[in-house]
Design a protein around this ligand. Structure first.
Ligand code: C2O
Ligand code: CU
Ligand code: CU
Length: 444
């Protein structure tokens, strides 16, 4: 059966050059290539074994963002891979179908390593009844049952959205003074490593798996004609029902699955619109641009029309009435959490396996931050004391906190106890993380 299937992957991290712009190639890092990384795909119930070879001249790591897995396989700062070495984590995938991702998480250098190009998607599929022997992963059972668009690259399209700043010689600029503690906000947008990207639409409905893979930039996605689209999934999988909107914020590390309808022959652009100004140098994490073009969609004259957007999708998160074993509070301010900076040898607390906890996270700062927790997907119980908006009603592992905001998050810790290997929680603005806005917990 599927439980005994082992799916093996080999990832080779390397430095190289990539022709991102006309003229001089850009010095980049990549996995199995010189820039970005392959999409990994596996089904719930399968065991994955991933040989990560570090072909760089320095240590790095790979972290499986959003994955429920043993802490020793998490790829965080405690699992560095030395130059020339291979690290082979192995775990059994046990969570809902979702769009996850992977990136380096080495202590103090996550921002630079990710920025140079080490970013890939990790798509978790539901187990397929059609394929008990575990052939190539592909269609998602829930999607098939629901008849959602699910043909990879055709009507189910990964979109790793990232900003980069280039110098006059086409090289990445890793710090821009204007960005201050954010490290870098670039003014050029790449999708899947491509500048000025376009997508040729061949179906009426297209599902986009959007990842904000930027170090610091906030996106406020919308289309050039203000058309609405349906949000169908968040970080941890499908929503209970689609939510129609014409704008969607994603902060660094967050994912969204949306379904957009196209008309034959039309051209429309996905953009990022200005975000509100929260004040200060980093008050607008959209990088002070009035508008950024993200990707052009060019629809053919004949669009296949054999998928649909159903009224009901998945199960809503259900932790609202759970017995709460512990409540904790986290105050984000001045590159610290609860007044402390990350220290590799300090475990901040232990949680009990099998219990539900409620974490209250407050942004007590004049800057935008976000908050990410390893190992779990959480339910947003309240935002500033009220019911969360529709886009926060699904499973999440990362949430945006504008200045002054307060979130209550409920999460269940299951399996994978290990007193010696901690999981991280941190701000996912990567320079903030590297500057110490991170803490550690163990599951006992
Ligand atoms: Cu996307 Cu701790 O990471
Ligand atoms: Cu993570
Ligand atoms: Cu931050």
């Amino acid at each position: 059966g599927a439980a005994s299937t082992v799916r093996r992957f080999a990832l080779g991290i390397q430095a190289g050059e990539t022709q991102l712009k006309e003229g001089t190639p850009t010095r980049t890092w990549g996995i199995n290539g010189t820039y970005l990384a392959p999409t990994i795909r596996a089904r719930r119930g399968e065991t994955v074994e991933i040989a990560v070879h570090n072909g760089l001249d320095r240590e790095t790591s790979l972290h499986w963002h959003g994955m429920h897995l043993p802490a020793a396989m998490d790829g965080g700062p405690h699992q560095p891979v030395a130059a020339g070495e291979t690290w082979t984590p192995r775990w059994t995938v046990d969570q809902r179908a979702a769009t996850l991702w992977y990136h380096p998480h080495v202590h103090g250098a996550t921002a630079d390593h990710t920025y140079r190009g080490l970013t890939g998607l990790f798509i978790v599929d539901d187990p397929s009844g059609d394929d008990p022997a575990g052939g190539p992963a592909g269609d998602n059972e829930a999607s098939a049952t629901l008849n959602l668009p699910s043909t990879y690259g055709v009507d189910d399209v990964p979109m790793i959205v990232q900003d980069r700043a280039f110098d006059g010689d086409n090289q990445f600029t890793e710090r821009i003074p204007l960005a201050g503690s954010l490290g870098v906000i670039g003014d050029e947008i790449l999708v899947n490593g491509t500048l000025g990207p376009y997508f040729d639409v061949t179906t009426r409905l297209v599902r986009l798996r959007l990842l904000n893979g930027s170090n610091a930039r906030l996106y406020n996605f919308g289309f050039s004609d203000d058309r609405s689209f349906a949000l169908i999934g968040t970080d941890g999988g499908l929503l209970a029902e689609p939510w129609e909107t014409n704008r969607l914020y994603l902060s660094p590390g967050e994912r969204a699955e949306v379904v957009v309808a196209f008309e034959p022959g039309e051209t429309v652009d996905l953009r990022s619109y200005p975000s509100p100004d929260y004040g200060g140098a980093s008050g607008r994490l959209d990088g002070f641009a009035d508008r950024l073009d993200v990707c052009r969609f060019r629809a053919g004259d004949d669009l296949a029309d054999d998928t649909e957007l159903p009224a009901a999708l998945g199960d809503a998160p259900d932790l609202g009435d759970a017995v709460v074993a512990a409540e904790r509070s986290f105050v984000l301010a001045s590159d610290q959490i609860n007044g402390r900076s990350m220290a590799m040898d300090r475990i901040d607390f232990g949680v009990r396996e099998g219990t539900v906890e409620v974490w209250e996270v407050t942004n007590d700062n004049g800057y935008i931050h976000n908050f990410h927790v390893h190992d779990v997907q959480f339910q947003v119980l309240t935002v500033d004391g009220t019911t969360p908006p529709p886009h926060l009603r699904g499973w999440k592992d990362t949430v945006l906190l504008v200045p002054g905001s307060r979130y209550r998050l409920a999460m269940r810790f299951s399996d994978h106890t290990d007193p010696n290997a901690p999981y991280m929680y941190h701000c996912h603005l990567l320079q903030h993380e590297d500057d110490g806005m991170m803490g550690q917990f163990v599951v006992l």
